[in-house]
Design a protein around this ligand. Sequence first.
Ligand code: GLC
Length: 442
Amino acid sequence: MSKLASDQSLVQQAQQTLRDNDRGGYTLPTAGLYPFQWNWDASVTALGWASFEPARALEELDWLLRGQWGPQDFGGGNDGLIAHITFHTHADSYFPGPQEWGTQALRLRTSSISQPPLHATLLRWMLDLWKFEPNKPLAGVNTAQAAIKIIAIIEKLVRHHRWWYRCRDPQQTGLVVNIHPWESGMDNSPAWDAPLSRVPETTRAYTRKDLGHVDASMRPPKSYYDRVVYLMDLNKALDFDPVRIMQECPYRVNDIGIISILQRASMDLAALCERFGLADAARELGQHVQRTQAAVGALWSRRWQQYVSRDAISGDLLDVPTCAGLLGAYAGFEQASGETARKWLSETPFAFPSTRSVVASFEPQRYWRGPVWQHMNLLIADGLASAGHADLAAETRRRSMQLFEQSGFWEYYHPITGQGLGGPRFSWTAATYLFWNASGQR
Ligand code: GLC
């Protein structure tokens, strides 16, 4: 088959993956294993829709934001929170499902924690891809109405960023905190082992569902689940009060992934606010960006020559080199190192594994302890390109494309063999391919 023909059939397969996972307004990450709408998945998935059904891309974000917490929810302290899962329907194939989080009082049930806020950045990329102008035609879209929708989305995202800064950095240190490993999106990263060891194991009974879908060798052990369930229950026991949770939660981490993604998203959101006439919000976001820029040096690892996370309770660096620490260039941080990225690329064949392969905690097939996630490659490559490392960005893209061609659209991949792992026919993986393919050299 010619290269062009094989590209076209991959495009068709990727589009079909999104269509198959589409539930009429929102997209499942993959049927069975993840039967609801996930937060950062929705942003990445919207990028994929953007390449062939622009209206559907905006709808994905709109459906996610329907679950955003408001001033009327649980005393209003979490106004602006976008949860990590939105339960648009009931499904029995996932634990912890809608009954478990204690959020029955919401109009639309969600979990009670968040996830990396990619939305504003990827919304901006989408508008760039479309060369969006309110009066310029765009396939199947009334652009004047779309502009109104986009402004509504931007306003909700401003509330979301305010939630992060107000609730998760009340002392205004510049470095937000997360209170659950699942908030990082990199749920089982070895960087969380030390802070999680301080968390009690729950003694209540529960039934995991993930092991019915995926082999145990790719998923976290029971002691991990006992602790994450404890943290979920604690949030409920504290009535989701953001002040008490920041005082009493035994797991508090300055996660470099969230900090970098929030930083970049605040810059992009400020630019969107400027563009759509919300200059005050743009200024406010700019102040947060400056504060983070001044503080992030504390998370630099001299040993690994990259950023790492920090235990916000003990103050110790969580000195594990993960792919999240390579987002420095993407976030515009001053110390971002292309040389470190080059080293990583020399060590494994498919761009960036979730944990650097030279450390003892690297496990090539276990969830976030080694496998490659393709949307992370996309973000890291964008940063490398903007920091002047066009060669490294192009190499990351080339190797990622090879992985799609070799193995299709899996949840994650073995970083050495390229074998697809975790859930099959995965939405954000297909979406990453579609966007990368549609956007040329990004
Ligand atoms: C897993 C991942 C998380 C993702 C979710 C749905 O929980 O760790 O990042 O959002 O699956 O794909």
